[in-house]
Design a protein around this ligand. Structure first.
Ligand SMILES: [Zn+2]
Length: 177
Protein backbone atom coordinates (compact mmCIF):
# COMPACT_ATOMS: atom_id res chain seq x y z
CA UNK A 1 0.00 0.00 0.00
CA UNK A 2 1.41 3.38 -1.07
CA UNK A 3 2.12 5.84 1.74
CA UNK A 4 -0.46 8.68 1.51
CA UNK A 5 2.06 11.13 2.98
CA UNK A 6 5.21 10.66 0.88
CA UNK A 7 3.95 8.30 -1.84
CA UNK A 8 6.56 5.70 -0.93
CA UNK A 9 5.39 2.51 -2.62
CA UNK A 10 5.42 0.26 0.42
CA UNK A 11 4.22 0.24 4.04
CA UNK A 12 4.35 -2.11 6.98
CA UNK A 13 1.34 -3.41 8.93
CA UNK A 14 1.84 -2.65 12.63
CA UNK A 15 -1.60 -3.64 13.91
CA UNK A 16 -4.61 -5.47 12.57
CA UNK A 17 -7.99 -5.93 14.19
CA UNK A 18 -11.50 -6.97 13.22
CA UNK A 19 -14.23 -4.32 13.39
CA UNK A 20 -17.96 -4.23 12.68
CA UNK A 21 -18.59 -7.76 13.98
CA UNK A 22 -15.62 -9.17 12.13
CA UNK A 23 -16.94 -8.25 8.69
CA UNK A 24 -14.12 -5.73 8.32
CA UNK A 25 -10.46 -5.61 9.20
CA UNK A 26 -8.73 -2.39 10.15
CA UNK A 27 -4.98 -2.25 9.70
CA UNK A 28 -2.59 0.30 11.12
CA UNK A 29 0.33 0.80 8.76
CA UNK A 30 3.66 2.55 9.01
CA UNK A 31 5.72 3.97 6.18
CA UNK A 32 9.37 2.82 6.36
CA UNK A 33 10.40 5.93 4.42
CA UNK A 34 8.80 8.85 6.32
CA UNK A 35 7.67 7.02 9.48
CA UNK A 36 4.07 8.30 9.25
CA UNK A 37 1.26 5.99 10.29
CA UNK A 38 -2.10 5.56 8.59
CA UNK A 39 -5.03 3.13 8.67
CA UNK A 40 -6.64 1.02 6.02
CA UNK A 41 -9.88 -0.90 6.18
CA UNK A 42 -10.51 -4.15 4.40
CA UNK A 43 -14.03 -5.27 3.66
CA UNK A 44 -15.27 -8.08 1.42
CA UNK A 45 -16.89 -6.84 -1.76
CA UNK A 46 -20.64 -7.19 -1.61
CA UNK A 47 -22.43 -6.72 -4.90
CA UNK A 48 -26.12 -6.40 -5.46
CA UNK A 49 -27.59 -7.96 -8.59
CA UNK A 50 -30.35 -5.68 -9.84
CA UNK A 51 -33.43 -6.89 -11.69
CA UNK A 52 -31.83 -5.74 -14.94
CA UNK A 53 -28.97 -8.14 -14.25
CA UNK A 54 -26.49 -5.32 -13.68
CA UNK A 55 -24.53 -5.36 -10.43
CA UNK A 56 -23.62 -2.50 -8.13
CA UNK A 57 -21.88 -2.33 -4.75
CA UNK A 58 -24.16 -2.65 -1.73
CA UNK A 59 -25.04 0.78 -0.36
CA UNK A 60 -26.34 1.44 3.15
CA UNK A 61 -27.43 4.84 1.88
CA UNK A 62 -29.86 3.22 -0.56
CA UNK A 63 -31.34 1.13 2.25
CA UNK A 64 -31.70 4.33 4.29
CA UNK A 65 -33.48 6.17 1.49
CA UNK A 66 -36.02 3.36 1.14
CA UNK A 67 -36.83 2.97 4.83
CA UNK A 68 -36.78 6.72 5.48
CA UNK A 69 -39.69 7.11 3.05
CA UNK A 70 -41.63 4.33 4.75
CA UNK A 71 -41.01 5.96 8.15
CA UNK A 72 -42.22 9.44 7.25
CA UNK A 73 -44.31 10.87 10.07
CA UNK A 74 -43.58 7.88 12.28
CA UNK A 75 -41.88 8.09 15.71
CA UNK A 76 -38.61 6.76 14.35
CA UNK A 77 -35.41 8.75 14.52
CA UNK A 78 -32.44 8.81 12.20
CA UNK A 79 -30.30 6.78 14.63
CA UNK A 80 -32.84 3.94 14.45
CA UNK A 81 -32.64 4.01 10.66
CA UNK A 82 -28.84 4.00 10.65
CA UNK A 83 -28.87 1.00 12.99
CA UNK A 84 -31.42 -0.74 10.80
CA UNK A 85 -29.25 -0.24 7.70
CA UNK A 86 -26.30 -1.65 9.63
CA UNK A 87 -28.36 -4.69 10.64
CA UNK A 88 -29.36 -5.22 7.03
CA UNK A 89 -25.75 -5.12 5.88
CA UNK A 90 -24.70 -7.53 8.66
CA UNK A 91 -27.50 -9.93 7.72
CA UNK A 92 -26.45 -9.88 4.07
CA UNK A 93 -22.76 -10.30 4.86
CA UNK A 94 -23.54 -13.16 7.23
CA UNK A 95 -24.82 -15.15 4.25
CA UNK A 96 -21.22 -15.32 3.07
CA UNK A 97 -22.27 -14.57 -0.49
CA UNK A 98 -20.32 -12.04 -2.55
CA UNK A 99 -23.31 -11.30 -4.76
CA UNK A 100 -26.88 -10.91 -3.57
CA UNK A 101 -30.13 -10.39 -5.46
CA UNK A 102 -31.74 -6.98 -4.93
CA UNK A 103 -34.86 -8.81 -3.79
CA UNK A 104 -32.95 -10.39 -0.89
CA UNK A 105 -31.96 -6.92 0.26
CA UNK A 106 -35.66 -6.06 0.42
CA UNK A 107 -36.32 -9.22 2.41
CA UNK A 108 -33.50 -8.40 4.82
CA UNK A 109 -35.07 -4.98 5.44
CA UNK A 110 -38.51 -6.36 6.35
CA UNK A 111 -37.71 -8.07 9.66
CA UNK A 112 -35.81 -5.22 11.36
CA UNK A 113 -38.31 -2.69 10.02
CA UNK A 114 -41.16 -4.70 11.54
CA UNK A 115 -39.34 -4.59 14.89
CA UNK A 116 -38.90 -0.83 14.54
CA UNK A 117 -42.36 0.31 13.47
CA UNK A 118 -45.27 -1.82 12.32
CA UNK A 119 -46.90 0.94 10.27
CA UNK A 120 -43.67 1.71 8.42
CA UNK A 121 -43.28 -2.01 7.88
CA UNK A 122 -46.74 -2.29 6.29
CA UNK A 123 -45.99 0.69 4.04
CA UNK A 124 -42.69 -0.78 2.95
CA UNK A 125 -44.09 -4.27 2.48
CA UNK A 126 -47.03 -2.93 0.47
CA UNK A 127 -44.68 -1.39 -2.08
CA UNK A 128 -41.96 -3.96 -1.98
CA UNK A 129 -44.28 -6.96 -2.14
CA UNK A 130 -46.78 -5.30 -4.47
CA UNK A 131 -49.83 -5.36 -2.25
CA UNK A 132 -52.72 -5.04 -4.69
CA UNK A 133 -55.78 -5.19 -2.46
CA UNK A 134 -57.13 -4.71 1.03
CA UNK A 135 -56.91 -8.47 1.45
CA UNK A 136 -53.13 -8.25 1.07
CA UNK A 137 -53.00 -5.75 3.93
CA UNK A 138 -55.40 -7.82 6.02
CA UNK A 139 -53.30 -10.93 5.45
CA UNK A 140 -50.15 -9.13 6.47
CA UNK A 141 -51.76 -7.59 9.55
CA UNK A 142 -53.03 -11.02 10.56
CA UNK A 143 -49.47 -12.30 10.24
CA UNK A 144 -48.16 -9.41 12.33
CA UNK A 145 -50.68 -10.22 15.06
CA UNK A 146 -49.86 -13.91 14.96
CA UNK A 147 -46.20 -13.23 15.58
CA UNK A 148 -45.54 -13.46 19.32
CA UNK A 149 -45.16 -9.69 19.76
CA UNK A 150 -43.14 -9.41 16.57
CA UNK A 151 -40.81 -7.06 18.38
CA UNK A 152 -37.72 -9.13 18.96
CA UNK A 153 -36.58 -9.96 22.47
CA UNK A 154 -33.65 -7.59 21.94
CA UNK A 155 -35.82 -4.53 21.35
CA UNK A 156 -38.16 -5.67 24.11
CA UNK A 157 -35.42 -5.44 26.68
CA UNK A 158 -34.29 -2.12 25.21
CA UNK A 159 -37.59 -0.31 25.26
CA UNK A 160 -40.30 -1.87 27.38
CA UNK A 161 -42.30 1.35 27.19
CA UNK A 162 -42.48 1.33 23.41
CA UNK A 163 -43.60 -2.28 23.43
CA UNK A 164 -46.22 -1.60 26.04
CA UNK A 165 -47.62 1.11 23.78
CA UNK A 166 -47.66 -1.09 20.72
CA UNK A 167 -49.27 -3.92 22.66
CA UNK A 168 -51.99 -1.55 23.79
CA UNK A 169 -52.56 -0.51 20.21
CA UNK A 170 -52.81 -4.13 19.17
CA UNK A 171 -55.44 -4.75 21.85
CA UNK A 172 -57.38 -1.74 20.62
CA UNK A 173 -57.33 -3.08 17.09
CA UNK A 174 -58.47 -6.46 18.33
CA UNK A 175 -61.31 -5.11 20.43
CA UNK A 176 -62.55 -3.06 17.48
CA UNK A 177 -63.19 -6.25 15.54
ZN1 LIG B 1 5.78 7.86 3.76
Amino acid sequence: MICPFCRHDDSRVVDSRPVEDGTQIRRRRECPECGQRFSTQEVALLNIIKRSGATEPFSREKVLVGVRKACQGRPVDEDDLVLLAQRVEETLRATGQAEIEAQEVGMAILAPLRDLDEVAYLRYASVYRNFASLEDFEGEIALLRALPSSNSSASQSNSPARNAVSNTNMQKIKSNN
